[in-house]
Ligand binder design. Sequence first.
Ligand code: XMP
Length: 178
Amino acid sequence: MKVLITETEIQAAIKQLAAQVDADYRGRPLTVVGVLTGSVILLADLIRGINLPLRVGLLQASSYRGESTTSGRLEINPDYTPDIADRDVLLLDDILDTGKTLEQLIRRVESLQPRRVRTAVLLWKRERTTVDITPDYFGFEIPNEFVVGYGLDYDDQYRNLPYIAALEPADLPESDTT
Ligand code: XMP
C-alpha cells in the first residue's frame, strides 16, 4: 500500500476546512449531513473544529438493487437526518469521483426544502468527475487511483487507517476474499 496523504496532512486540511466553514457561516446555525459509511471519520473530526450552532445528520446511500443498477441509481435513506427545512446544510462525503453519487444526494437533500445546500468532500478525483459539480469545500485533489483509509474502504476493510493510501496489486486478494 502506498501512503498518499499522511495523518498530519489530513488533520491540517480538516482544521482549514473547519475554519473556512466558520468564516462562511459566521455564527449562523448549520446542519452537517454525513453520508454513511465513508464520511464518519471525517464527520467526527470536522465537526469538532466548527464553532457554530450545529446539528448533525446522516444519510445512508446504497446502490439500487434492481434493473437500474447499471445506471448508478442509489437508494437513499434519510431516516437519520433531522428536519432541515429552511436550514443551511453542509452535505459531507468522503470522495467525489465521477460525481454521480453526490449529484443524487444533493437532489434528495434539496427535496427536503433546506435554505441552502453546500457540499464538502475530503478527496476529489477531479479528472474523473463527469457531472457539473464543484464541491464548495474539499481537502485534496487526488489522481485516479483507488484509495482507502480514513473512512474509505476496500471490501469494508481499511476504514480505520488514519491516513489515505492507494491500493497496489499486492494488496488485492489473488482469487476470492476471505
Ligand atoms: P462517484 O463516482 O459516484 O463515487 O463520485 C462516489 C462513491 O464511490 C466510492 N468511491 C471510492 N471508495 N476508494 C473508495 O474506497 C476510492 O478510490 C473510491 N472512489 C469512489 C465512494 O463510496 C464514494 O462515495
